[in-house]
Design a protein around this ligand. Structure first.
Ligand SMILES: Nc1nc2c(c(=O)[nH]1)N[C@@H](CN(C=O)c1ccc(C(=O)N[C@@H](CCC(=O)O)C(=O)O)cc1)CN2
Length: 283
């Protein structure tokens, strides 16, 4: 079998076209969605993600600002900036790029973002809402993964291995998959014989950041493979899955780059649009 490619760039392009139409409708009612992205420091990858989000928002007609703070910004100053943005009526969605420098407690910062503007869905209130089935902002990478999986058919009754238990990806995507009636096993660094168990699963979602962790021989024939890994090796971005061997076994597979990444940014736009609608009593 040679797998069908889940082309994140194409899927994201179509999705963003739909968002652009909705932004135009809102603007005709005098509502301009605004995404404000906060970055502390000068990490190259983080700066590039922040610029991509800003550009993508502007491309579909949203307003977008970047708040770029110095590497040595204190926690107190960052919290004051967030408070200002929470009270700024022109800002629909606030996102603080992570990781943050070590002098800043990430949890405190995420907790400070007003839940109705938390378009990353990282605040404890929104995480709680996700787990109790209430309206919320779902974290962007998990939402992007679910959008990719929509292109592979129903998840009802499928067995899924989620590899990696982070708060940003593994745990929320396990919840979203369960909502779709998949049977989910969450695996992590302390799971015994983890890779050898993967052969039993219809779907494998890997979000570990270990290049070459999974290859074709570890997968069930016809498995759906979603690679969330994003590691730079010799100046090249690589996933957790050995693409060449896995594509010979899988039925669908995401590439890295060009798989999950473009959907992550798309879902930031999706959540910003929702924030603008919700603030204005729409939907
Ligand atoms: N506040 C947040 N911080 C971080 C998040 C997040 O969702 N919210 N996730 C990651 C980084 N990230 C978004 O911020 C992100 C990572 C990768 C991509 C992406 O499009 N990758 C491309 C390749 C890009 C390249 O060539 O460098 C791809 O996979 O095709 C988008 C967003 C951590 N921080």
């Amino acid at each position: 079998m040679t797998a069908e490619l889940l082309n994140g760039r194409e899927i994201a392009k179509d999705y963003r076209a739909g968002l652009q139409e909705e932004v135009e409708k809102l603007k005709s009612q005098g509502i301009v969605p605004n995404l404000t992205v906060v970055i502390v420091g000068n990490d190259g990858a983080s700066l590039s993600y922040v610029r991509s989000k800003n550009k993508a928002a502007e491309k579909i007609g949203m307003a977008s600002d970047i708040v770029h703070l110095d590497e040595d910004t204190s926690e107190e100053d960052l919290l004051a900036k967030i408070d200002e943005l929470n009270h700024d009526d022109k800002v629909s969605g606030i996102l603080v790029q992570v990781p943050l420098p070590k002098q800043i407690d990430e949890n405190k910062v995420l907790e400070a973002i007003a839940p109705h503007k938390d378009v990353d869905g990282f605040s404890p209130v929104n995480i709680g809402r996700l787990y109790t089935g209430q309206r919320t902002f779902v974290p962007c990478t998990p939402l992007g993964i679910m959008e990719l999986l929509k292109h592979t058919g129903s998840l009802e009754g499928k067995t899924v291995a989620v590899v990696g238990r982070s708060h940003i990806v593994g745990q929320p995507v396990a919840k979203l998959l369960t909502n779709e009636n998949a049977t989910v096993t969450l695996m992590h660094s302390r799971t015994k014989d983890m890779v050898s168990q993967l052969k039993d699963f219809d779907v494998v979602v890997s979000a570990v950041g270990k290049p070459g962790l999974i290859s074709g021989k570890d997968l069930k024939e016809g498995a759906i493979v979603i690679d969330v890994g994003n590691t730079v090796v010799d100046d090249k971005l690589v996933g957790d899955v050995d693409f060449e061997s896995a594509k010979e076994v899988a039925s669908y597979i995401t590439p890295v780059p060009g798989g999950v990444g473009p959907l992550t940014i798309t879902m930031v736009l999706n959540n910003t649009l929702l924030a603008a609608k919700w603030h204005n009593g729409l939907e």
